[in-house]
Ligand binder design. Structure first.
Ligand code: UT7
Length: 355
């Protein structure tokens, strides 16, 4: 019997209502920056920012709800998940994990649910885990969610180096066990990490290395810090190499790629990776301009956006690649899904049972 493939059968998104343009962000936070600089250097024009009452779990639950509705529409009936994987760097609480509460609020009973932390590469890592669980026959319907609220947890709004880059949101995909020739099938994967460069992207204080209130834990150390230029070159290098690796494993050349979806961090990074891979701009899809960098949510949000706008046909050969703090990176090939994405606002029908 062939190994079962994880087949994406439902897609969901949830975004905070508040859309904040560069100009407004600069004005509200007194940033020494300008709209043109941000747009030209990053490709970001606006981002969605969560309000104080909206947590990562709220966004994750709503995106999960939307993915279940999308799957039910495609299948003509409910497709109940049997495990929840939540990729996030900004959980609701430092302990416990956020995923069990999300599963509970989705009315999924006592199925296993866990958080997975690999910063902006989190969703790619979670996909790989889901794929492995399905291939092993251990679980058949993983719900994989990426959700973040960087703006209310990790980012210093007065720091122009980081405040301009990040946005909040969540994306989710439901998978079922199927075969590798179906639209939505996850094919090859490639993952990597380089902990020798951990300090390039970090929140120095608040963990066990520099606990809360410890000597040296100055207030600014509780915020996200990044060595932008070095991260930029690592991102280009690692995502290009990882993409090449996964293409090799898939038996595809770059010319075979119909749709390319990269982690949405900086348009110049995306263009540089696509250029090195020789993937034409018309096949590169994303929503960086409107949403900024949503970390672990960026890949599912970009995939849902491409599916919503029907930028690729079901079954089209798709390459996704991600990179982030750790350093951690990874890539997947998949066949473009058939599911029509649903969207759900973070506080809609909070306690509705799954359809
Ligand atoms: O998702 C996780 C992975 N993260 C990433 O992939 C992010 C990677 N890094 C980047 O995207 C870019 O490095 C940044 C967008 C963070 C910065 O862009 P850059 O082109 O690397 O700028 P830079 O840091 O080299 O700075 C260039 C100039 C500097 O001025 P001088 O020294 O040339 O006079 C900066 O002081 O731009 C200045 N600058 C700014 N100006 C206006 C830096 N940040 C800003 C700003 N507004 N926000």
């Amino acid at each position: 019997m062939p190994t079962p493939a994880a087949v994406l059968c439902g897609l969901g998104t949830s975004l905070p209502e508040r859309a904040v343009t560069n100009r407004r962000l600069i004005r509200e936070n007194g940033l020494d920056s300008d709209d043109r600089w941000i747009l030209e250097r990053t490709g970001i024009a606006a981002r969605r920012l969560a309000d104080a009452r909206t947590s990562t779990g709220d966004l994750a639950r709503a995106a999960g709800r939307a993915a279940l509705d999308s799957a039910a529409e495609l299948a003509g009936g409910p497709v109940p998940p049997d495990i929840v994987l939540l990729a996030t760097t900004t959980p609701d609480r430092r302990c416990p994990a956020t995923a069990p509460e999300v599963a509970h609020r989705l009315g999924l009973g006592d199925i296993p649910a866990l958080d997975l932390s690999a910063a902006c590469a989190g969703y790619i890592y979670a996909l790989s885990c889901a794929q492995a669980l399905v291939a092993a026959g251990l679980y058949t319907r993983p719900l994989v969610i990426g959700a973040e609220t960087y703006s209310t947890t990790l980012i210093d709004p007065r720091d122009r180096d980081t405040a301009i880059l990040f946005g909040d949101g969540a994306g989710a995909a439901l998978f079922r066990s199927g075969s590798a020739d179906e639209p939505g099938a996850l094919l090859a994967q490639e993952l990597g990490s380089d902990g020798a460069r951990a300090e390039l992207i970090q929140v120095p204080a608040g963990g066990s290395r520099l606990p809360f209130g410890a000597p040296g834990a100055a207030p600014e150390k509780y915020y996200f810090a990044m060595k932008g230029r070095t991260v930029y070159s690592q991102a280009v290098r690692r995502m290009t190499a990882s993409s090449r690796g996964v293409l090799r494993r898939s038996g595809w050349s770059a010319e075979d790629v119909d749709a390319f979806i990269s982690h949405q961090a900086n348009q110049r990074i995306i263009d540089a990776v696509a250029d090195r891979l020789r993937i034409p701009a018309a096949r590169c899809h994303g929503n960086l301009r409107e949403l900024g960098n949503t970390a672990a949510a960026s890949i599912p949000l970009a995939l849902a956006d491409a599916a919503e706008r029907r930028l690729a046909a079901p079954g089209a050969r798709t390459l996704i690649t991600g990179f982030g703090g750790g350093l951690a990176w990874g890539s997947h090939t998949l066949l473009f899904p058939e599911a029509r994405p649903h969207a759900c606002s973070p506080h809609a029908d909070d306690d509705k049972a799954p359809s």
